[in-house]
Design a protein around this ligand. Structure first.
Ligand code: CAA
Length: 381
């Protein structure tokens, strides 16, 4: 495995770093405080090609690779974790499966506008009573004699839900208590019977709006089936293999921001006759933070590279997400500790990083689910 970025990847990284520093970071605290959807930043990211990064240009994307995507998610999340997840869901959870499993018609009609950022996409798997055990979802898509489906049910915590034009929804198409089969369906805002609730209230990532979505006898044409009828669960799982790399990169970005702020503060704050950076208690914390951050970043780059090479990457994506998300919480926790009482104040960014880090251990599969995926892979080999 190589550790050097290509010239193109380095250029993408530099562009993202500069953009995030200039255009996103100055707004991040107020976006969080006001829970404001960053529409102007999303428009700028569309211009830069950040909304469909690993999708070929012929389908509206930037034609780059998944490692470049992970690099950009890290930089964007380092500035603002909310913006990072909006971008990640659009790229990994919407564009990626439509590109991989969609028909030519779906690529022209749906992928092109979403990958180019003219419209946003969302992913509907989780339900009020089925999160980790995704197979037990209750939404039902009943096939009609003409091949279309009638969809009933609800999906919750749908990131981008209040603003997305399209959503990829998973529903039971063959009801069976032992082995239900699922089908992936494309829904568009405005379809009769499709309603979106008010945005959720959350601990962190306040600017990344999520909501519950209800389906009441929504008629979905057969042209909107993504993949095989009955093959939807595999579409969901394969999609999450890529999505988890995006969330792992988001976690690294959040941790990087918290770490940098801890280093800067330690060089300013005086205590016991000098700056606290001189104290071994602080130095040991900073050394642990830096080491864990670097280890997580390498796991993310390895998983992204395997995906780029078309190799199996599900356990590697789960390892990256498991380690990076728990690392981000530890690093943000220590960043608050380095700041002492000020770290607990909303005047300093580290409390936001701490709240934002926490979700990375939960969405796109909790840490416990990542351990299941890793263990299943180990025991199968
Ligand atoms: N790729 C393709 N197919 C896969 C796969 C993969 N990585 N993993 C499993 N499958 C297939 C299996 O081959 C199997 O196929 P058959 O039915 O044909 O045999 C099928 O999927 C079921 O596999 P399992 O028996 O392993 O499934 P399970 O019921 O035991 O569940 C699980 C496995 C890993 C626990 C899964 O339910 C899971 O990932 N749960 C977590 C759900 C999750 O991550 N939700 C996140 C929601 S999205 C989100 O959070 C977005 C956001 O807000 C930002």
């Amino acid at each position: 495995m190589r550790f050097e970025l290509t010239e193109e990847q380095s250029l993408v990284l530099a562009t993202a770093r500069d953009f995030a520093k200039r255009e996103i970071e100055p707004k991040a605290a107020s976006l969080d405080r006001e829970a404001r959807w960053p529409s102007e930043i999303i428009a700028q990211m569309a211009e830069l090609g950040f909304l469909g990064m690993a999708i070929p240009e012929a389908h509206g994307g930037a034609g780059l690779d998944y490692l470049s995507y992970a690099l950009v998610v890290e930089e964007v999340s380092r500035a603002c974790a909310s913006t990072g997840v909006i971008m990640s869901v659009n790229n990994s959870l919407f564009c990626d499966p439509i590109y991989k499993f969609g028909t030519d018609d779906q690529k022209a009609r749906v992928l092109a506008p979403v990958a180019s950022g003219k419209a946003l996409g969302a992913f509907g798997l989780t339900e009020p009573s089925s999160g980790s055990d995704a197979r037990t979802m209750k939404s039902v898509a009943e096939q009609q004699p003409d091949g279309s489906f009638v969809l009933n049910g609800a999906k919750n915590w749908i990131t981008n839900g209040p603003h997305a034009e399209f959503i990829l929804v998973f529903a039971v198409s063959t009801v069976d208590p032992v082995k239900p089969r699922h089908t992936a369906l494309l829904l568009q805002k405005g379809m009769p019977g499709f309603t979106v609730a008010e945005p959720d209230h959350k601990l962190g990532i306040h600017a990344a709006h999520s909501a519950t979505i209800f389906f009441d006898n929504v008629r979905v044409p057969k042209e909107n089936v993504v993949g095989e009828v009955g093959g939807g669960f595999k579409v969901a799982m394969a999609t999450l293999d890529g999505g988890r790399i995006g969330i792992a990169a988001q976690a690294v970005g959040i941790a990087q921001a918290a770490f940098e702020k801890a280093v800067a503060y330690s060089k300013e704050r005086e205590s016991f006759g000098g700056v606290i950076a001189n104290l071994q208690a602080i130095q040991f914390m900073l050394a642990d933070m830096a080491t864990e951050l670097e280890a997580a970043r390498l796991l993310v780059h390895r998983a992204a590279t395997l995906k780029d090479q078309g190799k199996k990457h599900n356990a590697e994506a789960s390892m990256a997400k498991l380690f990076a998300s728990e690392m981000a919480t530890r690093v943000a926790h220590k960043a608050i500790q380095v700041h002492g009482g000020y770290g607990y104040s909303t005047e300093y960014d580290v409390e936001r990083h701490y709240r934002d880090a926490r979700i990375t251990e939960i969405y796109e599969g909790t840490s416990e689910i990542q351990r299941i995926v890793v263990a299943n892979s180990l025991l199968r080999e």
